[in-house]
Structure formats: C-alpha cells, structure tokens
Design a protein around this ligand. Structure first.
Ligand SMILES: [Zn+2]
Length: 326
C-alpha cells in the first residue's frame, strides 16, 4: 500500500504529505466524499505513513512497521467498521480503551473508522468525549460519505478533508491497466460510474453487467421497430432484476443521452456507448423533442420507483411510452 496506488485526489495527497513534512499532523481527520472514491484506501496509506519508522512523507515499505502494516497485523493500527449497519457505543468504548494504552511499536497509534456516519447517537457522544483530550500519540481518521449524519460538534473538531470526483480518464486508465479491461468498456464504466472508482471496479468484476447493458440496448432496438409485444417479457425481466433497477434505468438514460449527442454531432468521441455506433446511427432518426420526452420519462420512472410507486406498472408505462414515441 502506497500513495502510488491512489487514483486521483492529488491535492489531498499533497496536503497530507505536507502535514507530515512540516510536522503539522492533526490528531483528528474527517475524510468525506461520496462512496467509491478511495477515501479509506487513502486513510490507510496515511496511517501507514504516520506509523513508518523512517518518518518520511511517504511510507518506506521496508521497515518493520510498514511490513506489519501490509500484513494487517500492526499493533498500533486499528480499524473500526459498522456491524450490521451500525457502529455502537461499545465499539467506541473499545477505541477509547485502546487509546489509553501507549503504542507498542513506535510512538503513534492510528485509528480509522469507516462509514463513521453509521455511529448511533450514543456512540457519537462517546466519540466526542474521546476527542476532547486524546493522548498526544493518538491519530483518529473518520471516513464518511455523509457527514450530515454526524454531530456538528464532532465535525467541527476534526480537520475536514473533502474528496472530489476522480477524473474519468484516470478511472478508465486504471480499469485498462489494472483490471485488464478493453478501452471501450473501460471508458463506458468510468462514465457510467460518474468517477467513482470503487463502483467502476465493482461493475468491471460483475459477470453480467455488460450482458444487462446489451439487453437494454437490444430492448430499445425492439421498441424502435414497434415490437411492443416484447414489452411483457421485458417487464418480467425488470421484475427479476428489481434490485438493480436503478442501474438498468441509468443504462437506458445514458443510451438516450448518447443518441441525442450522436444525432447532434455524429462525433463518436463524445458518446459513452461508442462501441454501438451502428445502433446509434440506426436510431438517430428520432427527433430531439422525442428523445427529450423519453429521457424525462425514464427520470420520472426512476424517481417514482424510489418513492415506491407500483413497480411493475411504472416500468410497463415507461416502456410503452418509449415505444409510442418512436
Ligand atoms: Zn516504513
């Protein structure tokens, strides 16, 4: 584990390195940003750096502390995760006990709590107490995707580090170099995941994601040809894939956005389904207003499903609406 493995977040990395170089390391950090951006990975790398015996701005990867860290058995590094979706007071009390004992190996102890927003109220109050006067050797990193669920008093005590989106080209390079993906698919996933590396990696290892995408695109093709009888079996499949419906609707949304862009520019470099040019060109006879209406309908359907409107009916209405539009 090293800063070299971090994708994007250049300014965060620089500011953490600077803090170490200037010996201006905070005792409490709050890493916040959406899921899948690599916050925890960066937190671990920072923790490893703080524990490294060489005391440089980056982990040396050779000292006994770095080796223990990589083998996940460093005695002065502790990670706390939610249990069944909650972090309870008992877990925080365990941290506090851990804090009160001096480091075993070096002169620092690092605690990293992932999904800190899942602390319940009692846990947060206990945490607040522990942050009041932590021993000088303690460093705490809270990682969260939604700090609005944390007590303002916790937030204000920490040094906040915001994680922004990872540039799409870096996500797609990572998928090609590290995951061995083909460039077109990597580019699609980078865009589809909106710069969330974790999401992109997860989808790249999902066996059927690209099959689902092909199915959706094929379905749109049938609707273009007016083959409305396909809708009934499609609704069935949508019902089987109910857990992934937002993914399916996103695939559909991206398709119609591409259609709009392709129709306007005929520039393949601007569309994310760039491997489907023939289909895009076949369907570009649709006029802009119609495509717009369809996009709006898909967005409404997505919203309705989140609001628990009748699932089957929403999907069916959407598919008929798309078919009508053609
Ligand atoms: Zn080291």
């Amino acid at each position: 584990m090293d800063y070299k493995d971090i994708v994007g977040h250049e300014h965060v990395v620089q500011s953490l390195k600077r803090a170490v170089r200037n010996n201006n390391i905070s005792h409490f950090y709050l890493f916040e940003g959406e899921e899948g951006l690599g916050k925890r990975t960066l937190g671990r790398t920072f923790a490893k750096t703080l524990l490294c015996e060489k005391k440089g701005a980056e982990p040396c990867n050779t000292c006994s502390s770095c080796i223990k860290f990589d083998h996940l058995n460093h005695p002065d590094y502790h990670e706390i995760d939610p249990e069944k979706g909650i972090i309870r007071k008992g877990q925080v009390e365990e941290i506090i006990r851990g804090m009160s004992m001096s480091p075993f190996q070096g002169d620092r102890k690092v605690f990293l709590m992932d999904q800190a927003h899942l602390m319940n109220k009692e846990a947060q109050n206990a945490m607040l107490k522990s942050l009041e006067e932590p021993p000088s050797y303690v460093h705490m990193i809270l990682v969260t995707s939604s700090s609005k669920n944390l007590l303002p008093t916790i937030i204000s005590r920490g040094q906040q580090i915001r994680f922004g989106q990872i540039p799409l080209n870096l996500v797609s390079e990572y998928l090609v170099d590290r995951q061995g993906m083909e460039t077109g698919e990597a580019r699609f996933l980078a865009e589809f995941s909106k710069g969330s590396l974790g999401r992109a990696v997860q989808l790249s290892s999902s066996e059927d994601f690209f099959q689902l995408r092909d199915w959706i695109i094929e379905l749109v093709g049938f609707l273009v040809k007016g083959e409305s009888w396909k809708i009934f079996s499609a609704v069935e499949r949508f019902t089987d894939e109910k857990d992934r419906v937002q993914e399916l609707l996103d695939i559909m949304l991206f398709w119609f956005r591409d259609l709009m862009v392709y129709k306007a520019t005929e520039d393949l470099s601007l569309v994310i389904n760039s491997d489907k040019e023939i289909l895009l060109s076949e369907q570009s006879f649709l006029d802009f207003d119609r495509i717009n209406d369809i996009i709006k309908k898909i967005q409404d359907t997505s919203m309705n499903i989140q609001l628990n409107v009748n699932y089957q009916l929403s999907i069916e209405t959407m598919l008929f609406k798309i078919q009508e539009e053609f």
